[in-house]
Design a protein around this ligand. Structure first.
Ligand SMILES: [Zn+2]
Length: 292
């Protein structure tokens, strides 16, 4: 075989491999079995679990708003920096909305158990670095507790928590663009974000049919009983979305995805966390031998 022919074949082979690699979906659900193995390699073992919950979002947004946004941003981020995106995890803490239609509030025990077994299954499939990306504020404490509980027993994978949010300069820009006040739940920002992701699901004309202002029914300074959210927002609606606009949503979603992509990159490069965790588990087997 001529040298030039060989070079052409090798080049074509390389291009073919690249094309195949580039075609890999970021979504766990869309990969074939053989492609999944390639995806794990390409992702360097990083899997994102987008977390939301099923709860009322004012009178104008769908129950799965947090799930849709978590999924949307995680997918966009993984396309910037390759990672595998697990199906949206809708099992979460949402007891405070049990009085509203459509809420699915599992027990804390089940939420923790589902997270535990899901992470173990993700890891068994080769993804040893798992990012929990929660878009639901009510999950913050749950995700935090779950991550802390990872040290309870030895495992060959590591879980990183990251809650929604943006860089300070992006936050400042969002605040500047917001015309009313952002609110915390189904307000101008979140409504804009959903408009950018799924405009067909936003019923902005319904937004003013309920009140999204804090009622301040429980003025207990520096004390927070478990009924605090219901006390302020019995409609499970916090904000004023009438001025919501797609441009704000597009900006917030894109910046959120860029921020998450940067975290994927850092997780890929993190060799210290897994090594320290392994060292910790080893030492935990015989704590009296730990140097004092
Ligand atoms: Zn939400």
């Amino acid at each position: 075989m001529k040298k030039t022919t060989l070079i052409v074949i090798l080049l074509l082979g390389c291009l073919c491999c690249r094309a195949q690699n580039e075609k890999l979906s970021v979504l766990w659900t869309e990969l074939t079995g053989p492609d999944f193995a390639k995806a794990v390699e390409k992702a360097e073992g990083v899997c994102i679990i987008p977390m939301g919950v099923l709860e009322k979002h004012g009178p104008h947004l769908p129950l799965a708003t947090d799930c849709i946004l978590a999924d949307y941003i995680a997918k966009m981020a993984a396309e910037m920096e390759y990672a595998i995106v697990f199906p949206t995890f809708y099992v979460g803490q949402i007891n405070e909305a049990r009085h509203q239609p459509g809420t699915v509030a599992y027990s804390t025990e089940l939420c923790l158990k589902m997270l535990e077994e899901t992470c173990a299954e993700v890891a068994r499939n080769g993804c040893k670095k798992i990012i929990l990306f929660s878009q639901h504020g009510g999950n913050n404490a749950l995700v935090n507790l779950f991550c802390q509980s990872q040290l309870n027993s030895e495992r060959d994978y590591i879980v990183y928590e990251t809650l929604f949010g943006s860089k300070p300069e992006v936050r400042a820009e969002i605040e500047k663009r917001i015309k009313t006040y952002s609110g915390e739940h189904a307000g101008e920002q979140e409504t804009s974000e959903l408009m950018a992701a799924r405009a067909d699901l936003v019923k902005l004309d319904q937004a003013s049919t309920q009140n999204g202002e804090a009622l301040g029914r429980l003025p207990l300074e520096k004390l927070r009983p478990s009924i605090f959210w219901y006390a302020d927002y019995p409609n499970h609606f916090a904000g004023e979305p009438s001025q919501a606009c797609i441009e704000l949503g597009e900006y917030a979603n894109l910046e959120g995805a860029k921020f998450l992509a940067e975290k994927i990159r850092r997780v890929k490069g993190d060799n210290v966390g897994p090594a320290l965790q392994a060292e910790f588990f080893e030492k935990s087997k015989h704590p009296v031998d730990t140097e004092q």
